[in-house]
Design a protein around this ligand. Structure first.
Ligand code: NAD
Length: 335
């Protein structure tokens, strides 16, 4: 199929591109490079052995989107483009509503105008909010605790209304848990701009000497070792989940929300120990106060993905850490 990836040079989009290209799909990418780098395109071309059409552009540019959809005979869009910092979304909410919500509306307008009605949307476990029960299943109440999560929920709702208004649409909202890890080649991985917000890129920067120590925000939660627990999922498993979702959109119409997680929570200390094993060195750490807005623990009920997509995560925590470390070392060698 001919598939457009918005935000396809970012962390999850680039890994998904490798899986879809290996399955023989034709990939086109649009990305405004606000949180990615053009060199990722070169790495993708090395991995896939293909020249990938790339547009440096913004999803809020409807005429450009229409032109791309028409020129490349696009049949499905996987919509990764979005801003993802919870902290920044609270400081600059309009930026997040404009980019994530208005941007999605522009994309949908262009798709509708060109008759492209298959869409896979990058949603997030943040749509659930404070757990009423765990694991979160897709029927869990939706009450995001931050602006970022509200932008994701608003887009999900717009897409659901769209599908009710026009039954020709086939839409899957994938609610990701906590993707980490890197492609097995070590050529692509997570490359955040500035000081990382997430645990894994932060650990990578501590181990490679760019940051002095790791902050652990709270070790007195009611969890197995006192630190926060999350459902970390290997980004290649997540990427394969998109290939499965693509097959699902071809076979069905309507709107679905589906969790992509492993169903297994790991603590901050689990992740640190596994990474220390990968890098064969100790990670300096300092325990700080809990951060407001952090949940002690959450993880996915992964059954709907298995049932609807015939997909489940298969890579474990050690492989997540080994692949991140391999990417980090190649990155350090390159500079
Ligand atoms: N990484 C996670 O932990 C996580 C978890 C849940 C959901 N998500 C969602 O998945 C999607 C992909 O996440 P990621 O981790 O790959 O993030 P990322 O920042 O690495 O990738 C997003 C890409 O979109 C591009 N982009 C942003 N706004 C754009 C716009 N207006 N026009 C064109 N390009 C634009 C960025 O340059 C970047 O390359 C995002 O929508 C994110 O909110 C991510």
């Amino acid at each position: 199929m001919n598939i457009l990836l918005t935000g396809g040079l970012g962390f999850i989009g680039s890994h998904t591109a490798t899986v879809l290209a290996a399955e023989g799909h034709e990939i086109v990418i649009i990305d405004n490079l606000s949180n990615s780098q053009r060199q990722t395109l070169d790495s993708l071309e090395v991995i896939t052995g293909k020249k990938l059409p790339f547009y440096e552009g913004d999803i809020r540019d409807v005429p450009l989107l229409k032109e791309i959809l028409k020129k490349h005979h696009i049949e499905c869009v996987i919509h990764f483009a979005g801003l993802k910092s919870v902290a920044e979304s609270g400081i600059d909410p309009l930026k997040y509503f404009d980019n994530n919500v208005s941007g999605s509306i522009s994309l949908i307008e262009a798709m509708q105008a060109e008759g492209v009605k298959k869409l896979i949307f990058s949603s997030s476990a943040t749509v659930y909010g404070v757990p009423q029960y765990l694991p979160y299943d897709e029927e869990h109440p939706l009450a995001p605790m931050n602006v970022y999560g509200r932008t994701k929920l608003q887009v999900e709702e717009i897409l659901q209304d769209l599908s009710k208004s026009d039954p020709d649409w086939s839409i899957v909202c994938l609610r990701y848990f906590n993707p980490i890890g890197a492609h097995e080649s070590g050529l692509i991985g997570e490359l955040p701009q500035g000081v990382p917000n997430n645990l894994m890129p932060y650990i990578c920067q501590v181990v490679s000497g760019k940051l002095p120590y790791l902050n652990i925000f709270g070790d007195d939660y009611d969890t197995k070792d006192g630190t926060g627990e999350r459902d970390y999922i290997h980004v290649m498993d997540l990427a394969e989940g998109h290939a499965a979702a693509l097959a699902f959109t071809n076979a069905t119409k309507g709107w679905e929300a589906i969790n992509l997680g492993t169903g297994n929570p790991y603590s901050v200390y689990d992740l640190i120990s596994a990474f220390e094993k990968s890098a064969n060195q100790a990670i300096p750490r300092v325990v700080k106060e809990r951060r407001s807005g952090d949940l002690p623990i959450y993880y996915a009920k992964a059954g709907k993905a298995k049932q609807c997509l015939n997909w489940q995560a298969k890579r474990g925590l050690q492989l997540m850490c080994d692949s991140s470390w391999k990417y980090q070392k190649l990155l350090a060698d390159a500079f």
